[in-house]
Structures are given as structure tokens and as C-alpha cells.
Design a protein around this ligand. Structure first.
Ligand SMILES: Nc1ncnc2c1ncn2[C@@H]1O[C@H](COP(=O)(O)OP(=O)(O)OP(=O)(O)O)[C@@H](O)[C@H]1O
Ligand SMILES: [Mg+2]
Length: 385
């Protein structure tokens, strides 16, 4: 899995394009392709989904750089930095309207290129995160309202189903002694089967609503100081029946500080991640696939857990959406799309962070970073003088 950001260079002068491409590679970016026209640029963005586009404003051919940049921002939300030499005021105004994340005046130094690219990538990441938290907040409000609205009628459905079952049972007992009542009893049995299906469906709704509430506001359940290896082992046991059919589990526990959390919730976070990994890999030759659980302490002193798998990975388009509630690529009935939303809710309620890195075809890695449990204050007797 590579962390190199990929950049598309759009420049109609082949020599300049090659020069920028080489400079970018030297700076540690991937710049596998260049485009010479606006149309070529759009095709390249669609095909390779780069992290950033460096766009010459003046391009030969039908559409100029501004028009192409507008399309790229709108359709694929890929950030753009313009390369300009001398542009007239009207063109610059049009360029501004496309919301670029920077301008580079040609000719430029390597240093300028590096700064412009870094600032643009960083700004875009912040914008994306902000948009996500706003989206989550509004979905959260909606989900909380829905959970509440569903719960009340659901309680009625479950209550009435219970009374009906008892009434039917009573009626069946009465009819048992009545000659010629076989037909009626058969009908009762059929109705009881329908009732059973209704019960199961209601139970499924109840679980979904419960998950939805958990995602909105993870209960401030009792917290205790926990050691991650024990939590991870518990999660591995929970996920074991699924995991066994898909992959071998490898644990590599490095030293981490203890964390403060509700045990059930934290186990649930890692169980969800392990089950997702197993589901992504699918059932098959389990000895050929791996799920790795790694722990370490990061430079900020946080306890970090990485869950890495050798599955199919996540496409660039799906990546920003995996934590959204109800985002799922699984068939109807197989996944609700709530697992990662619940994980996100729990981890952030603990002051932690959950992130994902993945590329299609190269597995996925979910990283959970949790703040260390506050040190228990030890009473020191102040020296009496
Ligand atoms: N390890 C992984 N590898 C590949 N894709 C993943 C992985 N984990 C999650 N995903 C993707 O993220 C989506 C959302 O995951 P999430 O756990 O929120 O929901 P789900 O697994 O689809 O349903 P649920 O968890 O509610 O049963 C999945 O449908 C899948 O597309
Ligand atoms: Mg899931």
C-alpha cells in the first residue's frame, strides 16, 4: 500500500510537463501521467482519481484550463492548483470562481511547487473532514429523530404480537377438545407462523434502531481503565466464527498505555472491524489470507490499534463514505452500513480518532487511536516541616 499522493499535470507544453513531472517525483509524489487538453484531463481524472491536479490555465484545444478545472472540481471533487503565466483579468476572475486551492506563477522554483502542493493537499483534507463532520451531524439529528419515532409504534407492534400469541394459544387449547374444529386449528397454526415472522422482523427493527441510537449518542456507559490486549482478544473471540472461514488472524501487540472506556463498547469497535475484514475477504482459502491486529504507542502517547487485512480494499470513491451511517456495499439484508458509524461514534466519544487507509486491490487498514487513561493521582504526604 503506498501513501504517495498522486498528482495529475495538465500542461500542453510537453517539455514543461515532463519537467514538472520529474520535479514532483523528486519531491516524493507520484505523477504517473500528464494531460495536454482539458478533455484529456477530465478523462485522466475519471480513470485514475488523482489527489490533486496541477492545471495550466491556457491550453490548446477546445476547452481551456479554467473550464476543465470547473468540471473536475464539480464532478470529482479533486482539488486544483493553477499554473499561470500572464493571464488577463477576465480569465483570472473565471479561474477564481472555480475555487482553486492555489496559483503558481510560471516559471517557478521547486520550492514554490512544493509549498503550493502541500498547502493544497492539506487544505483539501481539512475541507473534506469538515464536510464529513457536518454531514454526520445532520444525519445524526435525523437518525435520532427517526429512532425515537420508530421506537414508540414498534413497542405497540411487539406488545400486540405478544397478546395475540397468548390469545391464540388459549384459543387452540379450547378448540383441542371440540370435535370438528381441526380446520379452525390449522388456520390458527398458520396464523401463529405468520406471527413468528412478524416477531422476527420486529426484533430486527429493534436492533437497527438500537444501533442507530448508539451511533448518534454512544451511551455514557460506565468506563474503566482497560488494557488493549485483553480487549482485542475478547473482540477476536467474538469475531472468531466469521474470521475462521476467511483468514488467519495475526496478533502483534506492542506496548501501549491503558485506556479509559466502556469495555463492551470498545470490544464492539474491534469486533466490527474484524468482522468487516472477514466479510471483505469472503469465505475461501483462509490459509492464504491474513488479518493483522497490531498495537503501538504513537508520538502523541496515544494507544493505537491497527486492523489490517489482505482483502479487496476500498475504492477511492467509497473511501470518504465508509463511516457514513447506512453506507454499505453489501447486498440487502447482509449489511446495514451501521458498523463503522457506530465505531466512529464510540471512538470519538472517547476523545479518540478512527481513520482508514486503503486502495482497491490492496487490502484495508483501519487505525484507532485512543488517548491514554488519565494517571491515577497518588496521594503523597506533603512533608511537614
Ligand atoms: N476491511 C474492509 N475492506 C473493504 N471494505 C470495507 C472494509 N470495512 C468496511 N468496508 C466497506 O465499508 C462499508 C461500510 O462498513 P460498515 O461496517 O459501516 O457497514 P456494513 O459492514 O456494510 O454493514 P453492518 O456493519 O451494518 O453489518 C462496507 O459495506 C464495505 O463496503
Ligand atoms: Mg460492518
Amino acid at each position: 500500500m503506498t501513501d504517495r499522493k498522486s498528482i495529475l499535470v495538465v500542461e500542453d507544453d510537453a517539455i514543461i510537463a515532463r519537467d514538472i513531472q520529474q520535479t514532483l517525483e523528486r519531491l516524493g509524489y507520484a505523477a504517473p501521467r500528464t494531460a495536454r487538453t482539458g478533455d484529456e484531463a477530465c478523462l485522466a481524472v475519471e480513470a485514475s482519481a488523482p489527489d490533486l491536479v496541477l492545471m495550466d490555465i491556457k491550453l490548446r484545444g477546445g476547452s481551456d484550463g479554467v473550464e476543465a478545472a470547473g468540471r473536475i472540481r464539480e464532478r470529482w471533487d479533486v482539488p486544483v492548483v493553477y499554473l499561470t503565466s500572464h493571464s488577463d483579468e477576465a480569465t483570472l476572475q473565471r479561474a477564481k470562481a472555480t475555487g482553486p486551492l492555489g496559483y503558481l506563477l510560471k516559471p517557478f522554483h521547486e520550492r514554490d511547487l512544493r509549498t503550493a502542493v502541500e498547502v493544497a493537499l492539506h487544505t483539501h483534507e481539512l475541507e473534506t473532514r469538515l464536510a464529513r463532520s457536518e454531514r454526520l451531524a445532520s444525519i445524526g439529528t435525523l437518525a435520532a429523530g427517526m429512532a425515537h419515532e420508530i421506537n414508540n409504534p414498534l413497542a405497540v407492534v411487539m406488545g400486540v404480537a405478544y397478546s395475540l400469541r397468548r390469545a391464540m394459544h388459549g384459543a387452540d387449547e379450547v378448540l383441542a377438545g371440540v370435535p370438528g374444529a381441526e380446520g379452525a386449528r390449522a388456520e390458527l397454526r398458520e396464523a401463529a407462523e405468520g406471527l413468528q415472522a412478524l416477531d422476527e422482523a420486529a426484533e430486527r427493527i429493534r436492533r437497527v434502531v438500537q444501533d442507530m441510537r448508539r451511533f448518534v449518542r454512544p451511551d455514557r456507559a460506565e468506563r474503566q481503565v482497560l488494557d488493549l490486549p485483553a480487549v482485542l482478544d475478547a473482540a477476536a473471540r467474538m469475531a472468531e466464527p466469521r474470521l475462521r472461514q476467511s483468514a488467519r488472524l495475526q496478533r502483534c501487540y506492542g506496548a501501549t498505555p491503558s485506556v479509559e472506556a466502556n469495555e463492551g463498547q470498545l470490544v464492539q469497535v474491534f469486533t466490527n472491524l474484524l468482522v468487516n475484514a472477514a466479510q471483505a475477504i469472503g469465505e475461501g482459502d483462509a490459509s492464504a489470507q491474513r488479518v493483522e491486529l497490531t498495537t503501538f504507542t504513537d508520538e502523541r502517547g496515544r494507544a493505537v490499534v491497527e486492523v489490517r487485512d489482505t482483502g479487496p480494499g476500498i475504492s477511492k470513491q467509497d473511501l470518504p463514505r465508509v463511516f457514513d451511517p447506512f453506507f454499505t456495499t453489501k447486498p440487502v439484508g447482509a449489511g446495514m452500513g451501521l458498523g463503522l458509524a457506530v465505531c466512529h461514534g464510540i471512538v470519538t466519544s472517547l476523545g479518540g480518532e478512527i481513520t482508514v487507509e486503503s486502495e482497491a486491490g490492496r487490502g484495508a487498514m483501519f487505525r484507532v487511536a485512543l488517548p491514554p487513561a488519565p494517571r491515577v493521582k497518588t496521594m503523597t504526604s506533603s512533608s511537614a516541616t
